[in-house]
Design a protein around this ligand. Structure first.
Ligand code: APR
Ligand code: PHB
Length: 394
């Protein structure tokens, strides 16, 4: 088999890169370990920055998002009972975010790829990368009991945090930066109306809580739990009680509860690998970096990596600009680290840390009070939340 760009992973990174390249006449083949239903069964992020919204439109997959997604012009911070509105639109000169689930983005991208007639091989196992430092890289993999070889010009490692691409780079060529937090998020999905028309991020002495949504009739709520907690410990009743106890009274009273249709615990981690490339292989999205979900940045960072790699490959194929290839990692990392910082900051400000001493706690409270009471502080939060600009590739 042969293609121009071999993509490992059919999550949002791989599918979006594949769609943009396909539209530009560049041939791609995606190798995915799982089935399409498995990929669509994962409940993940739900807030898209304007840059990602525009990229999805550019890729020709924005129709359903524009029809069904919810444009949010702000969000609320609930700080130990006090509710502060962050008016994203007013604070950023008109920018907003789109509430539209990652599952739906993935579904739209899968459908577009099928219409385009581009190949995705699901159920591909034992994916191995070869010749990454040569001009003729290739991939071997097994499917339906047979072993195949896929020759290509470039490899995009879009295979998430546990993927094979990053692990194929010799450890001596990588620097890893990591922080693991001593808590996770217990999330539930429920067919109930949202408690508030915008997202509410709540800081409370017992721990963080988040009120989010997928539509006017489907909600996604989270509460901070210890890192080693188990879903089995959490009945729906216990979840709703805990959530209510961490919200301002008016919201707690207005909360409509119902049976959960999904319940899971996600650990919180900050992780960056440098560089994000090795020869002709490029790491994209979760394969290269993880952020704690508090800033809603994970999916959006994947999109900005995709944009950078797409724009570089476009100039490589159309203008012979091979010099741009070595710039991929440095361009991505500049934006990645800013989003890492913001996600770490939001996490630090809004969660309960059991080991925090009384002095540090007052400093955190005072830092947060400074940010929300000052227009400059609210602007800083808003401009990070709507997403920092993508760097042009020239
Ligand atoms: N071979 C083939 N496919 C693989 C392999 C492998 N060895 N390892 C992993 N994959 C597939 C996974 O099954 C998954 O479908 O790669 C895909 C990676 O998808 P995601 O984990 O969703 O990562 P990505 O596409 O970068 O999406 C961005 O950012 O913060 C998050 O929620 C956000 O999941 C989203 C991510
Ligand atoms: C979500 O809806 O799943 C969600 C929203 C905002 C976040 C994290 C998760 O910061």
């Amino acid at each position: 088999m042969k293609t121009q760009v071999a993509i490992i992973g059919a999550g949002p990174s791989g599918l979006l890169l594949g769609q943009l390249l396909h539209n530009a006449g560049i041939d791609t083949l995606i190798l995915e370990r799982q089935t399409p239903d498995y990929v669509l069964g994962r409940i993940r992020a739900g807030v898209l920055e304007q840059g990602m919204v525009e990229l999805l439109r550019q890729a020709g997959v924005g129709q359903r998002m524009d029809a069904e997604g919810l444009v949010h012009t702000g969000f609320d911070l609930a700080l130990d009972g006090r509710q502060v509105h962050i008016d994203l639109q007013a604070l950023t000169g008109g920018k907003t975010v789109m509430v539209y689930g990652q599952t739906e983005v993935t579904r739209d991208l899968m459908a577009a790829r099928q219409v385009a007639g581009a190949t995705t091989l699901y159920g591909a196992s034992n994916v191995e990368l070869h010749g990454m430092k040569t001009e003729e890289p290739y991939i071997t993999f097994d499917k339906d009991g047979e072993t195949f070889r896929l020759d290509c010009d470039y490899i995009a490692g879009c295979d998430g945090f546990h993927g094979v691409a990053r692990q194929s780079i010799p450890a001596t060529c990588l620097n890893i930066f990591e922080r693991v937090y001593p808590f996770g998020w217990l999330g539930i999905l429920a067919d109930t109306p949202p408690v508030h028309d915008e997202l509410v991020y709540a800081r409370h002495e017992q721990g963080f809580a988040l009120c989010s949504m997928r539509s006017a009739t489907r909600t996604r709520y989270y509460v901070q739990v210890p890192a080693d907690d188990k879903v089995e410990n959490w009945s729906d009743e216990r979840f709703w009680e805990t959530l209510k106890s961490r919200l301002p009274t008016a919201l707690a009273d207005a909360l409509i509860t119902g049976p959960s249709i999904e319940k899971s615990i996600a650990p919180l981690r900050s992780f960056v690998v440098e560089p994000m490339q090795y020869g002709r292989m490029f790491l994209v999205g979760d394969a290269a970096h993880i952020v704690p979900p508090t800033g809603a940045k994970g999916l959006n960072l994947a999109a900005s990596d995709v944009s950078t790699l797409f724009n570089i490959l476009l100039k490589v194929y159309r203008e012979g600009r091979l010099d741009l290839l070595e710039k991929y990692s440095e361009v991505c990392l500049r934006r990645v680290w800013k989003a890492e910082r913001f996600s770490w900051w939001m996490t630090s400000m809004l969660h309960r840390f059991d080991d925090q001493d009384a002095f540090s706690q007052r400093i955190t409270e005072s830092e947060l009070a400074y940010f929300v009471d000052s227009e400059a502080g609210r602007k800083t939060i808003a401009e990070n939340y709507v997403g920092l600009p993508y760097e042009a590739i020239e």
